[in-house]
Design a protein around this ligand. Structure first.
Ligand code: ADP
Length: 443
């Protein structure tokens, strides 16, 4: 278009010059030349306009392209942001799933139609099913959950934000107690929701609480018996009922022995609970087991002689060093020996033996008697706290704590093992194993 403009301008110029040079002869040609010049001028003007319009259009197109590019850039940035957010959401989703998977509590989520939409490993184990997100099993299909499913449904129908229940469900064939927290979660529109259940196994806590209750009631019962006796005899003394020297002595002896029993009882209870709670002060050193046994036999000798019971101690072993708390181990041997005397009728025999087991690096000490023995049903319980064998109660008074203390000292404090074998009417063998000093390996 620019060329046309220049040609037209040049043509007008040439015609003007030509006209001046050839004016006289060419005067008749003037109108035609002027028309040609005018035509060319019009042509140039139109071309100029067309160029201007085209340039404007071009600018418009360019602006639109720029605007589109800007929008495209914005969209690209937004897409980048969205991708990032999506990745973050996915990461947090997989983190949440990993947490849910790893926690020991059972987590179960059911939707508005009672379909299970999420169940972690613990929930699948508890309810005995494999969760398949493509199948969404119904709550009703959960085996052995009869007590639990209605609670989930109640939370859903009542839209109860949070509720806590204690439910008993079978676990490994045994009833287990769970603290179940059920929460109803609804979407923003409140049109639909889901029930999230978290079940925490509290069976052990329940057992411990029960054991504590039993312990407290046992202790109070055991404390009451000697205290009642002390009170009664003290009252008789105050009332002047001991009129002669012998009666007075008898009353005082009873009070003394009951007070001693009380002291023993309290000592045993405190020792056991200190060991159980890990608060006992243990001072371990290397000692010869044979020497500890010898000293314990010395202490028990007069008691055995009263009942005409013979006590045979083992021959000394060359290497029987153990790393132990001496006072505690003496208590173990004394408790076992005094039981042997207590539950053996007059004229019986007690034999102590010790043996080295070099393969396991252990020493085994056994105390056998020719006593009344223990019924088979009771044998496995004799090391339990406060357990007394009914059939043997008439043989001697006791608290049922002595053997438990033996077990705690040997097993909890020294990493050893206690055992017992018994035959009714023939006798019992109580014993323990301890790691030898050289290598303190567990027996
Ligand atoms: P207790 O204070 O009753 O003797 P222990 O804990 O020492 O408590 O013993 C628990 C129960 O085990 C005793 O009540 C007794 O019936 C039984 N027992 C312990 N040692 C012997 C034994 N050598 N022979 C027979 N029975 C025994």
């Amino acid at each position: 278009m620019g060329n046309v403009k220049h040609i037209a301008t040049a043509a007008v110029g040439l015609i003007g010059i030509g006209a001046m040079v050839c004016a006289p002869s060419l005067i008749w040609m003037l109108p035609a030349a002027l028309m040609a010049a005018a035509a060319l001028a019009v042509l140039g003007w139109s071309a100029h306009n067309a160029q201007h319009t085209a340039e404007q259009t071009l600018d418009g197109v360019q602006q639109s392209v720029d605007a589109l590019n800007e929008q495209l850039d914005r969209a690209r940035t937004q897409l980048g942001d969205t991708n990032l957010k999506l990745q973050l959401v996915q990461r947090s989703k997989s983190n949440t799933e990993a947490i849910l998977k790893s926690i020991r509590d059972a987590v179960l989520v059911a939707d508005q139609q009672d379909r299970i939409i999420m169940a972690n490993e613990a929930a699948q184990r508890l309810f005995g099913f494999r969760f398949d997100p493509t199948a969404l099993p119904s709550l009703a299909t959960l085996s052995d959950a009869a007590a639990f499913v209605p609670l989930m449904q109640k939370s859903r129908t009542g839209r109860i934000a949070h509720v806590r229940h204690e439910v008993t469900l079978p676990r490994d064939g045994q009833p287990a107690v769970f603290d179940a927290v059920l929460s109803y979660v609804q979407d923003d529109t409140a049109n639909t929701g889901a029930v999230v259940a978290v079940l925490h196994d509290v069976t052990r806590e329940k057992e411990i609480a029960q054991m504590k209750n039993d312990f407290v009631s046992h202790v109070s019962h055991e404390l009451k018996t000697p205290l009642a006796s002390i009170n009664a005899y003290a009252e008789m003394l105050v009332d002047g009922e001991a009129q002669d020297e012998d009666t007075l002595k008898q009353f005082c002896t009873i009070i003394q022995s009951q007070a001693q029993r009380l002291t023993r009882l309290i000592d045993d209870i405190l020792n056991i609970s200190r060991i159980e709670s890990g608060l006992i002060k243990v001072s371990k050193d290397q000692h010869s087991m044979a020497l500890i046994v010898r000293d314990a036999v010395e202490m028990i000798k007069s008691y055995a002689q009263e009942k005409n019971i013979t006590v045979t101690a083992p021959a000394a072993i060359l290497y029987d060093q153990v790393v132990i708390d001496r006072d505690m181990l003496s208590q173990v041997v004394i408790n076992l020996l005094s039981n042997a005397v207590k539950y053996t009728p007059a004229g019986g025999a007690i034999a102590i033996a010790s043996e080295l087991n070099e393969a396991d690096n252990c020493i085994t000490v056994t105390i056998s008697d020719t006593g009344v023995g223990i019924p088979p049903d009771d044998v496995e319980h004799v090391f339990d706290k406060f357990y007394r064998v009914e059939a043997n109660n008439k043989m001697a008074k006791g608290t049922g704590l002595g053997l438990n203390l033996v077990k705690q000292i040997v097993e909890t404090v020294h990493g050893g093992r206690v055992f017992v074998t018994s035959t009714i009417g023939k006798g019992s063998t109580f014993g323990f194993e301890l790691p030898l000093a050289a290598e303190n390996v567990k027996c």
